[in-house]
Design a protein around this ligand. Structure first.
Ligand SMILES: Nc1ncnc2c1ncn2[C@@H]1O[C@H](COP(=O)(O)OP(=O)(O)OP(=O)(O)O)[C@@H](O)[C@H]1O
Ligand SMILES: [Mg+2]
Length: 254
């Protein structure tokens, strides 16, 4: 069984195939350095279920996890893999405790990252249902989140911070519209900035929503204020000339 699983994964996970080809199939180090065993088993499940056909290459590597481009039945996918090892238990718990949607789930040091992945999936789903421009959520299993890939064959969508807009003011209004929809969905993003907004086809896509909390969460007010402050900076960079209070009004907070 183990060998079968290994061979199967070997075929399906492309990024490190070249490097592994030279080595013995049983050499765990060959891809153990990339994905730990639990993550590999989680991949196995998603591959077997047909959610993912092939994992291509990393789009981004961060401290909490990596995002890969993958191929599914209907085209490209973005696969966010949360790292199981470098978890800040307290840091994450602050955003989980007090969220009624996760009140019934028992949380331990070992499971907090799994809950975190599910929280991002749930937040994406709640936003998506309310028409917020987010990547469509596809699946979550263990520490792996699968969503729509924003971009094309050649490149993933760039971050807002790296894009020079043709019509910056129009784009600023699109951003305000997304903020309005996010509030209508009753979830405060909590880490909104030009680092967590992708631009594709002249439209903004909001990403990185794991930390988003419901309006009645103890952190909600502080996070909203932070998001508004960040976005005032972004909007003004786009030439809008807007103040915090005005933006609050625009998105119907006050
Ligand atoms: N659906 C997607 N389609 C295309 N690219 C994506 C998608 N989701 C994420 N990315 C890319 O992966 C990067 C990291 O994703 P995300 O912001 O969700 O994770 P993160 O935990 O903040 O990682 P980091 O610490 O690197 O910021 C993004 O900046 C973006 O470039
Ligand atoms: Mg991010």
């Amino acid at each position: 069984m183990k060998r079968q699983v290994d061979e199967y994964l070997y075929e399906k996970i492309v990024p490190y195939r070249e490097e592994r080809r030279e080595k013995d199939m049983d050499d765990r180090k060959a891809y153990g350095g990339v994905f730990d065993k639990r993550t590999l088993l989680a991949f196995y499940k998603l591959l077997k279920k047909g959610v993912i056909d092939i994992v291509e290459f990393p789009i981004s590597t961060g401290k909490e996890g990596d995002v890969f481009r993958a191929v599914g039945k209907e085209g490209f996918l973005a696969v966010k893999v949360y790292r199981m090892t470098t978890i800040n238990y307290k840091g994450l718990s602050r955003f989980i405790d007090g969220d009624d949607r996760f009140a019934h789930i028992h949380k331990t040091k070992d499971t907090v990252i799994l809950i975190w992945a599910r929280k991002e999936f749930r937040n994406l789903s709640d936003y998506y249902k309310k028409g917020v421009n987010v990547p469509k959520p596809m699946a979550v299993w263990k520490n792996i989140l699968v969503m729509d890939y924003i971009g094309d064959e050649v490149m993933p969508a760039p971050l807002l911070k790296d894009v020079i807009q043709d019509t910056p003011r129009e784009f600023a209004f699109l951003l305000i519209e997304e903020m309005r929809k996010m509030l209508k969905a009753k979830l405060i993003h909590g880490d909104l900035s030009e680092y967590n907004i992708l631009v594709w086809d002249e439209k903004p896509y909001i990403i990185d929503v794991a930390q988003a909390v419901p309006l009645d969460h103890p952190l909600a007010d502080d996070l909203l204020l932070r998001d508004v402050r960040n976005m005032v900076r972004v909007l003004n960079k786009l030439g809008l000339g807007i103040r915090e209070k005005e933006l609050m009004k625009e998105i119907e907070v006050i």
